[in-house]
Design a protein around this ligand. Structure first.
Ligand SMILES: Nc1nc2c(c(=O)[nH]1)N=C([C@H](O)[C@H](O)COP(=O)(O)OP(=O)(O)OP(=O)(O)O)CN2
Ligand SMILES: [Zn+2]
Length: 149
């Protein structure tokens, strides 16, 4: 059976501030510069979710996009849209970098989609900043375990 990948785009607006408790106030400023401003700032985040799988012989689809939309809207968009990312429980001890955000979105989605289907998450933070994550070796092994029992 032929396989294909579908990528769907989602959007949310959120505020954040780059800061870590592992550094002093001065070190935070040196490391993160204006992004450490206590007033915070915002982004129109764009999230790409890529799902791979067999093309169903009847529907001719990998996955109905409305099913994907329902999951991503509920798990990601509703959670982050018009929120301060620094106040999200998952960011209580983590810095709200694009790197950490793309990993968090992966972790939130991977168990909500059919096993082995999620292949990549991408996050655009600014016009010039794009982050992506395709899962860890551990998560791939876990997925294999699910597939093969
Ligand atoms: N490795 C990372 N570096 C930076 C991140 C990040 O998540 N990972 N994030 C930021 C900021 O959040 C930020 O708001 C981007 O600011 P800036 O550097 O000003 O962004 P751009 O140059 O892409 O956009 P402009 O609007 O043109 O300033 C910074 N670094
Ligand atoms: Zn920022």
């Amino acid at each position: 059976m032929s396989q294909a990948t579908i990528t769907r785009r989602y959007r949310f607006c959120a505020a954040h501030r780059l800061h870590t408790d592992q550094l002093s106030a001065e070190e935070n400023w040196t490391t993160f510069g204006k992004c450490n401003n206590p007033n915070g700032h915002g982004h129109n985040y764009v999230v790409f979710v890529s799902v791979r799988g067999d093309i169903d012989p009847v529907t001719h689809q990998v996955l109905d996009v409305s099913r994907l939309d329902a999951v991503v809207e509920r798990i990601v968009v509703q959670r982050f849209d018009h929120q301060d990312l620094n106040l999200d429980p998952e960011f209580a001890t983590q810095t709200t970098t694009g790197e950490n955000l793309v990993l968090l979105i992966w972790d939130l989605l991977v168990d909500q989609l059919p096993a082995g289907r999620l292949v990549k998450v991408g996050v655009i933070e600014t016009r010039d900043n794009y982050f992506e994550y395709s899962g860890s070796v551990e998560s791939m092994r876990r997925e294999e375990g699910v597939r093969h029992g």
